[in-house]
Write a protein that binds this ligand. Structure first.
Ligand code: UGB
Length: 445
């Protein structure tokens, strides 16, 4: 796959240095090449430059912690679409229904929400192709298992990064993408303190790259993308409404999602892209994310390890408007179905385009200790609870969604409460990780 990664839209990606043969060193050495000593000097300079570049890359990637700016699949040194690859993309995008089918590019398709949304679309007959960079933020094996699940349903997930403009353009030239469901992101509120660069790389640079590709496409697709409840930050007025202020984010994650909403406004305004942002509220369920509390608590409870339960100021329990994955999928699909067409053509706006933001929550916050009570019940194991003060690392004390806009415009109606949803999660967890469960009695509820 190509020799050098193509960054048509991002000439330089943070932390990445490209060798360019027409650069300064090349010109200087060619002027001096007449004498042997000059040639030697030129070679030494090139060697030194090369060593510096290597050193810089090594040091910058190690500074960035696990995953760094670049995942294992981020650099496509040799991307050349083969016939087999093109066939896979085309087949995956083939709709199986007659009535106005969509062809959807799902980014982050091997992620938690991406997998469920891709399946839902494919099952009803839409064409779907996924893209995912399979980074190591959490266990890659789970992402590969999701990819295999999707493959069984005829969905091809391309192993590539959303910053790879050349690859995305190739996909858009190959098939007519009508909608983009943009779910690829660096998730996690607390990890932003460990690896801030990855949030900028995925949630800002990656988002802009997706918008750039969509703006240039003809016809332009409509875009639905994942923002986050975290944009409400330190707000105290509940429930959170889309009309509330979102200018006091508590984490870099939240700040990048908020920035994404502003960037969406710009691309809608200038280029006529139809864009819908969805503020997800702590989504959970089968095939979920191991970094999230309900998942890591389950793992640790089963292993007999203690779990940290954070507490807010004045020993107040933290609470979240936990939202079950099936409800989120309904909201995502309804957003795609109600998305109007983009109005741009040839990269230029021809009229005003739709721009929407919706809360997708459950509207009934539950405290973290209650979540642990429910897990204990379905795992049939007592948790070793350690109550600790909420660390100052980006968390907010509570979230609570006002979903009236989504109710009215998307007919969004969350139906799964935390008890039912966690029961389904535990059932999946035990079937997926089977052997790791310490007691045979665990599946006997
Ligand atoms: O809605 C969102 O926009 C975000 O939702 C999710 O963030 P959060 O709501 O923070 O979920 P999650 O980590 O499961 O912590 C849940 C609760 O457990 C508490 N918590 C957490 C860890 C721990 O060890 N102890 C603990 O008490 C913790 O303090 C919190 O009160 C997504 O991860 C994020 O990507 C984003 O999508």
């Amino acid at each position: 796959m190509g020799q050098v990664r193509h960054h048509d839209n991002f000439p330089s990606t943070p932390g990445k240095v490209k060798m360019d043969r027409s650069n300064y060193f090349g010109r200087v050495t060619s002027r001096w090449h007449s004498t042997a000593s000059a040639r030697l000097l030129g070679c030494s300079a090139l060697l030194l430059a090369f060593a510096l570049v290597v050193l810089f890359r090594v040091s910058s990637s190690s500074d960035l912690g696990d995953g760094g700016y670049f995942s294992h699949s981020d650099v496509h040194w040799a991307f050349k679409p083969t016939r087999v690859w093109e066939k896979k993309v085309r087949q995956s995008c083939l709709p199986r229904r007659e009535d106005n089918p969509m062809v959807v590019l799902v980014t982050g398709a091997a992620g938690f929400v991406g997998t469920h949304v891709s399946l839902a679309l494919k099952k009803r007959g839409d064409g779907v192709v996924g893209i995912d960079n399979f980074n190591s933020y959490y266990e890659v094996s789970l992402k590969i298992a999701r990819q295999e699940l999707l493959a069984k349903h005829g969905i091809f997930v391309i192993d590539a990064d959303i910053n790879d403009a050349f690859l995305l353009k190739t996909v858009f030239e190959l098939v007519q993408i009508t909608h983009v469901m943009h779910l690829a992101a660096q998730a996690g509120v607390r990890y932003a303190m460990e690896n801030p660069g990855s949030y900028v790389q995925s949630n800002i640079a990656g988002l802009v790259n997706i918008f750039e590709i969509c703006k240039a496409a003809n016809p332009q697709p409509a875009i639905v993308w994942a923002s986050s409840s975290s944009v409400y930050g330190l707000n105290t007025k509940v429930p959170f409404s889309e009309l509330d202020r979102t200018d006091q984010p508590a984490s870099l994650y939240a700040a990048t999602k908020k920035a994404g909403e502003e960037i969406a406004h710009t691309y809608n305004h200038i280029y006529g892209l139809s864009i819908t942002g969805l503020r997800f509220f702590t989504v959970y369920g089968p095939w979920g994310r191991p970094d999230m509390a309900y998942f890591s608590f389950t793992r640790n409870i089963l292993k007999g390890k203690p779990i940290n339960i954070y507490q807010g100021p004045n020993n107040k329990d933290l609470a979240r408007d936990f939202t079950y994955i099936d409800d989120i999928v309904e909201g995502c699909v309804a957003s795609l179905d109600t998305a109007e067409k983009s109005t741009g053509s040839g990269g230029k706006k021809t009229g005003p385009a739709q721009l929407r933001i919706f809360n997708l929550g459950n509207t009934s916050p539950v405290t973290v200790p209650t979540l642990v009570d429910i897990l204990e019940k379905y795992l049939n194991v007592k948790a070793k609870r350690e109550i600790v003060k909420m660390p100052r690392n980006g968390d907010v004390p509570f979230t609570h969604a006002n979903i009236s806009a989504a109710q009215t415009q998307l007919q969004y109606k969350p139906e799964t409460n935390l008890e039912t949803g966690l029961k389904k999660f535990v059932k999946w967890y035990l079937s997926y990780y089977g052997d790791n469960t310490p007691h045979e009695s665990l599946v006997a509820w």
